[in-house]
Write a protein that binds this ligand. Structure first.
Ligand SMILES: Cc1cc2nc3c(=O)[nH]c(=O)nc-3n(C[C@H](O)[C@H](O)[C@H](O)COP(=O)(O)O)c2cc1C
Length: 193
């Protein structure tokens, strides 16, 4: 079947609906962000794109730091809530009963219920259009020890990560491959000794 050509738009899916925490020193806030990703491996760099009217935009422009809390399916209701209510008038940590966790490098709190929290320091704010891009260095990564096995390996498949695609949330399904598996030589089961 042929593809129908639609007008250009922000269609890339899935994206992670991350819960970004921030603080102005007096008030801690949470904002759900879909426009995020990794832009460099070494140095580890990320970004979040925010509309200037967001309360979090004001806070992060001043503090120049934030935490990306990866989305787990267990807190998807709170993730949606933090994406439709502004922190200008309410305390989203309190409303969602999310637990504040002390970060290691930045002043704002992380979300304890998130399996992985990524501490970020803003390096550049790039004006783009509807959104401005907050480019940031990743300065610490904190992983819930429940998801680290006895060999020190992160069992990411146990983190119940969630995705966002075209207006809906999805729980990540089963593992269907791993990096480079398509070119890996098959191991022969009954190799002669
Ligand atoms: C799934 C989802 C993804 C979102 N992604 C973004 C985003 O990338 N950038 C943005 O500025 N707002 C985004 N929003 C909207 C904000 O989260 C929302 O306006 C929020 O209430 C702003 O909170 P604040 O005023 O406390 O900062 C998203 C909302 C949802 C539900």
């Amino acid at each position: 079947m042929a593809k129908v050509s639609w007008k250009a738009g922000a269609m890339l899916s899935p994206v992670p609906p991350v819960l970004v925490s921030c603080s102005d020193g007096e008030r801690d806030n949470l904002i759900t962000v879909g426009w995020t990703g990794i832009i460099c491996t070494e140095p580890a760099k990320t970004y979040i794109s925010l509309r200037p009217e967001r309360f979090s935009y004001e806070i992060i422009s001043k503090s120049r730091e934030f935490i990306i809390n990866l989305p787990s399916s267990h807190i998807i209701r709170s993730i949606d809530f933090c994406g439709v209510r502004s922190g200008r008038k309410l305390d989203k940590f309190k409303e969602c009963r999310l637990t504040k966790e002390k970060a290691t490098q930045v002043a704002c709190p992380a979300v304890a219920e998130s399996p992985i929290s990524i501490e970020c320091r803003v390096t550049d704010i790039i004006k783009l259009g509807t959104h401005d891009m907050f480019m940031a260095d990743i300065i610490a990564v904190n992983v819930d020890e429940r998801y680290i096995d006895e060999k020190g390996k992160l069992r990411i498949e146990q983190c119940s990560l969630a995705a966002y695609a075209h207006g809906s949330y999805f729980a990540l399904g089963k593992k269907i491959g791993s990096f480079g598996y398509s070119v890996k030589k098959k191991q022969t089961k009954n190799r002669k000794k």
